[in-house]
Design a protein around this ligand. Structure first.
Ligand code: ATP
Ligand code: MG
Length: 392
């Protein structure tokens, strides 16, 4: 937990595409929830920061220095989707943000609120995926097939390390997969703290440790070392039944986990994993409850967190006022939880649940119900947000 004043300055980035439509919806819902629960004793001062299309139009830069400077001074922030223009090269704005702020854990809690979903009994899904965000193949250390530097790296492995030529033929490309003990352990600590604070029971460390012993295998072992640390040793058990206030930490191989998520999603409460596996697993988990439009996410660093919608910019529907605001709104609720304002977050969750139960929603939600033969009312982004507020 962090120390939070009753009046917080929260910077937000609208984002591109549908961003300017879903952001006001999120702000409306979050403000109303705080107002209802705290009756003026807690307050958010929203400060807009420029990034993406809007920043480029006003300043010529897609990620102005002031935006990064402001974010660094804040406790939390929230953002809509940012686009990366095709053909301009360079890093995506999301990558710039993630790296310059060192958000090393991405958390994606996945649960079902009643929306149309592709599996039977979607209420079984309630799992938080903790994806490491500063390590793994995302570091971009790559050698293209047949390039001069690939040849050198290959020669080192074949000549110096005695690696079989069959494993590294001349025409191969090489991607380096670094995995650091420091980065792994700080991520695992964040995930275990969250699991304990939220009364979770079964925490799975996921990877292909049997194949990649030096990286994913090491990651899994380091996680168990963290469990033995003073902070966790009495509360994180590695066998038996977890008692009140304890979690069970267990190892699961990635392929096994993917199958389990589809067949028996209720088996796990928290998944701790690396960057690449986390990418696959968090999208699969989101799909189980209807897709990324219904799932929030947060990027957590030391002393700072940035919450964001999980879907993209959706330029195809931008400007029409029909975008589904739930991913960003749920991210806003998650931000309130992070601030310790749990009652307001709960109010948002239950109001959204009620709205969906009453079969009101943006066209994507309404059409999903109609496909199932269930009547539903199709609303604009802002009208849907108003319906959520009405149910608080
Ligand atoms: P990006 O290039 O930033 O990933 P995208 O347009 O591919 O953006 P995705 O999130 O990948 O966005 O979404 C794919 C499609 O799903 C969109 O084109 C849109 O039709 C639909 N979609 C995504 N988010 C939403 C939303 N919040 N509400 C309604 N439809 C959405
Ligand atoms: Mg996309």
């Amino acid at each position: 937990s962090i120390e939070v004043p009753d009046r917080v300055i929260i910077p937000y980035i609208e984002g591109d595409g549908i961003g300017p439509e879903i952001t006001p919806a999120m702000i409306l819902v979050v403000n109303k929830a705080i107002e209802k629960v705290y009756k003026g004793s807690k307050l958010i001062y929203w400060v807009e920061l420029l990034a993406g299309d809007k920043a480029e139009a006003k300043t010529g830069k897609r990620m102005p220095e002031e935006t990064l400077e402001f974010l660094k001074e804040a406790i939390v922030g929230i953002k809509g989707p940012l686009g990366t223009p095709v053909g301009k090269g360079g890093k995506s704005l999301n990558a710039i943000l993630r790296q310059s702020m060192d958000f090393y854990s991405a958390i994606r809690p996945v649960y079902w609120l009643g929306q149309p979903a592709p599996i039977p009994n979607p209420e079984r899904v309630n799992v938080a995926v903790f994806r490491e965000n500063s390590d793994d193949v995302y570091m971009g250390i790559e050698y293209m097939p047949k390039a001069e530097d690939t040849k050198k790296v290959r020669e080192f492995f074949v000549k110096e390390m005695g690696v079989d030529e069959f494993a590294l033929p001349e025409d191969c490309g090489i991607t380096v997969k670094p995995m650091s003990e420091f980065k792994t352990k700080r991520h695992v600590r964040k995930a275990l703290r969250w699991a304990l604070e939220n009364g979770k029971k079964v925490v799975a460390v996921v990877g292909k440790g049997n194949i990649m012993k030096a990286t994913e295998g090491a990651f899994m072992n380091w996680a168990f070392e963290v469990a033995k640390e003073e902070e966790f040793k009495d509360r994180v058990i590695t066998e038996g039944e977890p008692k009140e206030g304890q979690v069970l930490l267990t190892k699961v191989i990635t392929d096994q986990m993917l199958m389990q998520l589809v067949l028996k999603p209720e088996a796990y409460d928290v998944i701790i994993t690396q960057n690449l596996n986390g990418d696959y697993i968090s999208d699969l988990a989101a799909a189980l409850v209807g897709g990324p439009g219904f799932v929030p996410s947060g990027n957590i660093g030391d002393g700072y967190a940035l919450f964001e919608s999980t879907h993209g910019t959706a330029y195809d529907i931008a400007g029409k006022g029909i975008a589904n605001p739930l991913s960003l709104t749920l991210s806003g609720a998650m931000m309130l939880e992070y601030l310790g304002w749990k009652e307001a977050a709960q109010l948002i969750y239950s109001a959204i649940k009620r709205a969906i139960e009453d079969r009101v929603g943006t066209p994507d939600i309404a059409n999903g119900f109609k496909k199932m033969g269930i009547e539903a009312k199709s609303l604009s982004t802002m009208d849907f947000a108003q319906e959520i507020v009405l149910r608080m």
